[in-house]
Design a protein around this ligand. Structure first.
Ligand code: IFM
Length: 440
């Protein structure tokens, strides 16, 4: 594996998944607080009330990052921690926390990458329609400007949104995520307003932080057809349009993909589709969260006529996601060819496996280490093929609250005993350290 000298190695987390601290220190309620406290929504009734207690243990966690030799750390800001009602009154204790975290990272020579929105919308804004409400564009822009103004003297790398597809469709269409709706038209509105919010926020971040590097993070799997049949080939195109091009085309071309517009038709009623040109503001990088391949086949089911099929092999993680490292190489090359972002970062990649209890101060997780190794190799091949990939953030630093799965899925390279909050390095963390130090 070869990586350029300036290549950045890091790990990623998200506020609601690790911070805990409940509604302490003036943090407002977020949609995941409401959702996880609603019986039946999250496995085992788990909530993010305590999570990894990172709010109180961030110093220890920064020390862990240092110990692993991480050069960068991607974390998200909890919007309701800094603006409890989403707009208006600021919570100084919330801003102070992120100040301390950033200072701690910089002291440890770890470059902070801040994600502004990683799913914990203030509940007060959801009560006003959330991302479905056109006002959400301005709410987000104001919040982005607040954070850039506060942290911009020290934070140069900014990500506006994490996985807007998941926010829109899993939150509002499948209902698996907060706010738990089943309304396709609400999902398309939520997608549209996130795109416009991104478009409005980017120049505000730039004016607060003239030397900022700003980007957005999308979740894109590698899409393949189940068979060579024309019907399955077309299903792949639709899957790609539904998940990837619906965001990439607005961001890089200023318009929605017409094939999907025609397909979903009525669900787009009330959306001024042309307005999406405002999302095509220049950015510095595209963040890619890559985990797996989706294999699509034709199905009768409206509106997309897609069935995602499983292969007959055992290369699946505990999430039921196929392990397909070569998809990362192919996807990076595709993105570079089709959209030519100035730079790319892998802002998330990692795997959930059932981990054994720690023995002799380490957790043996050979499958996770092998998963990372194979994906690092794929990334290095993409670089060799000319992709301007600048860095790689492993998901995740710590085992954490895996949304609707609660604490039942462990993605960390660091094991967390949620009873005691003890952190234990996994073998994959030691492997990551070796890679960073050029020893693996
Ligand atoms: O835990 C999530 C993260 O919040 C967003 N990307 C996928 C991860 C694993 O499901």
């Amino acid at each position: 594996m070869k990586f350029p000298d300036q290549f950045l190695w890091g790990a990623a987390t998200a506020s609601y998944q690790i911070e805990g601290g409940g509604l302490e220190e003036g943090r407002g309620e977020c949609i995941w607080h409401r959702f996880s406290h609603t019986p039946g929504k999250v496995m085992n009734g788990d909530t993010g009330d305590v999570a990894c207690d990172h709010l109180h243990r961030y110093r220890e966690d920064v020390a862990l990052m240092s110990d692993l030799g991480l050069q960068a750390y991607r974390f998200s800001v909890s919007w309701p921690r800094v603006l409890p009602a989403g707009v208006g009154a600021i919570n100084p204790a919330g801003l102070d926390f992120y100040d301390r975290l950033v200072d701690g990272l910089l002291e440890a020579h770890i470059q902070p990458f801040v994600t502004l929105y990683h799913w914990d919308l203030p509940q007060a804004l959801q009560d006003r329609g959330g991302w479905e409400n056109p006002d959400s564009v301005q709410w987000f822009a104001d919040y982005a400007a607040l954070m850039a103004g506060r942290l911009g003297d020290r934070v140069k790398d900014w990500i506006t949104l994490n996985e807007p597809w998941v926010v829109a469709f899993m939150g509002n269409y499948t209902g698996d995520h907060a706010p738990g709706k089943h309304d396709l038209s609400a999902a398309y509105k939520a997608a549209h307003h996130q795109l416009l919010g991104h478009g409005k926020a980017v120049p505000l971040i730039r004016s607060a932080v003239p030397d900022a590097k700003v980007g957005i993070t999308l979740n894109i799997n590698y899409f393949d057809a189940a068979t060579d049949s024309e019907a399955d080939q077309l299903a792949v195109q639709r899957q790609d349009g539904y998940v990837a091009r619906w965001f990439l085309d607005p961001l890089y071309k200023g318009c929605y993909p017409t094939d999907i517009v025609e397909l979903v038709g009525d669900a787009l009623e009330g959306i001024d589709l042309d307005a999406v040109r405002a999302a095509a503001v220049p950015t510095d990088f595209l963040g890619l969260n890559y985990y797996t391949r989706n294999t699509a086949a034709y199905s009768q089911e409206e509106p997309l006529h897609i069935d995602l099929v499983k292969h007959d092999h055992d290369r699946y993680t505990e999430m039921g996601w196929e392990i397909y490292p070569d998809g990362l190489r192919k996807l990076l090359i595709q993105l570079h060819q089709d959209y030519a972002p100035g730079a790319l970062y892998i802002t998330e990649n990692g795997a959930a496996f059932e981990d054994p209890a720690p023995t002799d101060g380490v957790v043996e997780d050979p499958e996770r280490a092998a998963y990372l190794n194979a994906h690092f190799e794929a990334a290095s091949q993409a670089i060799e093929a000319g992709v301007p990939l600048k860095g790689y953030f492993v998901w995740s630093l710590l085992d954490n609250f895996e949304w609707a799965y609660g604490y039942s899925r462990r993605f960390g390279v660091v094991y967390v005993d949620f009873e005691t909050q003890r952190r234990v390095l996994k073998r994959s963390a030691l492997y990551l350290r070796d890679v960073i130090q050029g020893k693996a």
